[in-house]
Design a protein around this ligand. Structure first.
Ligand code: ZN
Length: 66
C-alpha cells in the first residue's frame, strides 16, 4: 500500500479543505473566505474568490479530526 500517489485530504490550520496530489494542492474550500472553489480554479490551487494561495506550511492532514 503505497501512499505516494494517493490523494490526501488536507486542511489549512483546521480550516478549509483541499486535496493534495503529490506536491499539488487542489483547493476545494477556501480557508480564508469559506467559498467552494470551482473545479477549474481548484487546479490552479488558488481561490478564485479572494485570491488566497494555499501553502503547504499551513497544511494539515484532515484525518486526525473526530
Ligand atoms: Zn477565498
Amino acid at each position: 500500500m503505497s501512499e505516494k500517489a494517493q490523494t490526501r485530504v488536507i486542511t489549512f490550520l483546521g480550516r478549509g479543505c483541499a486535496e493534495l496530489h503529490g506536491d499539488e494542492i487542489h483547493l476545494k474550500i477556501c480557508p480564508h473566505c469559506s467559498q467552494w472553489n470551482s473545479p477549474a480554479a481548484s487546479h490552479t490551487s488558488r481561490c478564485e474568490w479572494c485570491g488566497y494561495e494555499p501553502s503547504l506550511e499551513h497544511a494539515q492532514p484532515a484525518s486526525d479530526g473526530s
